[in-house]
Design a protein around this ligand. Structure first.
Ligand SMILES: Nc1ncnc2c1ncn2[C@@H]1O[C@H](COP(=O)(O)OP(=O)(O)OP(=O)(O)O)[C@@H](O)[C@H]1O
Length: 308
């Protein structure tokens, strides 16, 4: 099976002379959820627009399910659904008509059974005869997804799917997207919300100033760049660390009230048991303890800082 998306040496310089993408190489596997993260203006929308055939690249090749998106653009576009960021619906149209019309735009013959499946999977079936203007924000977003799925694409792009929506609606969207993945659709989403990528993505790509600076499996990323730290609140303050503990990566807080132990989340043996044993032997008691793990957000902020 070819990758869902394969991008080779892609660059884009806008007519203004601004180079928005530089030498992008990227593969998105069939069936995965790929999150594209990057600060404002990094080039996320430009990259998606080039892949979807809405913006011409200056150089480079994009294959969609093996089809060149310029030379074989019909086949490439037929495989792609794009859910835009803005709510751009025809207010007075019904859900059914709006979604059916979108299918027609791709030159596909009407298929009421497919439209019904899509509407049911997005919990819109009961609303099929409602005018869009009468729907809630969450339903309107789901209609956009239904429209993007109307021509049976295998790859769905979601540009900032939960920008500006409340927490409940965000969770609802995540459920919808997971359901789509389970039905076999490859998902590529851009997001500003690190939490969203952390929650949903199988792999994460980070784009910065038009360059992909990292593509990694989410679990690996969080393990390899993530660190954990254990803080022990001491019963009695210490002036210095006992010698017996000098081999452990421990630091004493300035006020002597806490010991901080940093360890690698990837390691099988964290050394915690031995360290606690040494503390006990040294007669050091603690009244509380807690651990903290670096989040994807910490990792992302560090990455972007390290690649100015
Ligand atoms: N049509 C255009 N002409 C010239 N420059 C453009 C054009 N479209 C986008 N740009 C510039 O290209 C850069 C990347 O923009 P793009 O919209 O791809 O970023 P983004 O990562 O999607 O940002 P955001 O997170 O803010 O949506 C920006 O500096 C933007 O100003």
């Amino acid at each position: 099976m070819p990758p869902a998306i394969s991008v080779t040496d892609l660059s884009k310089t806008y007519a203004s002379g601004f180079q928005a993408l530089t030498g992008i190489n990227l593969e998105v596997k069939a069936g995965e959820i790929f999150a594209l993260l990057g600060p404002n203006g990094a080039g996320k929308t430009t990259l998606i627009s080039v892949i979807c055939g809405l913006v011409n690249p200056t150089s480079g090749v994009v294959l969609v399910d093996g089809h060149d998106n310029i030379r074989d653009y019909r086949a490439a576009r037929a495989r792609i659904g794009l859910v835009p960021q803005e709510l751009t619906n025809e207010a007075f149209e019904t859900v059914w008509n709006s979604v059916s019309f979108s299918r027609g735009l791709f030159g596909k013959a009407p298929d009421p059974a497919h439209i019904e499946r899509v509407l049911r999977s997005l919990a819109l079936w009961e609303k099929r005869n409602n005018r869009l203007i009468t729907l809630s924000g969450g339903m309107k977003r789901r209609v956009l997804i239904a429209k993007a799925l109307s021509h049976e694409p295998t790859i769905l792009f979601l540009d900032e799917p939960t920008a500006g929506v409340d927490v409940e609606l965000r969770r609802e969207m995540w459920e919808v997207v997971r359901g789509l993945r389970e039905s076999g659709v490859t998902i590529i989403l851009t997001t500003h919300y690190i939490e969203e990528a952390e929650e949903m993505a199988d792999r994460i790509g980070v784009i910065q100033r038009g360059e992909i600076i990292l593509v990694e499996n989410k679990q690996t990323l969080m393990q390899s760049l993530g660190r954990k730290q254990l803080t022990l609140e001491l019963l009695e303050p210490l002036v210095s660390l006992p010698n017996a503990l000098s081999d452990y990566p421990l630091t004493l807080s300035d006020d002597g009230q806490a010991l901080v132990y940093r360890y690698d989340t990837q390691q099988e043996h964290t050394g915690i048991t031995g360290m606690l044993e040494e503390l006990r032997k040294a007669g050091i008691q603690f009244k509380d303890l807690h651990t903290e793990q670096s989040s994807l957000e910490d990792i992302f902020v560090n990455l972007v800082r390290e690649n100015p």
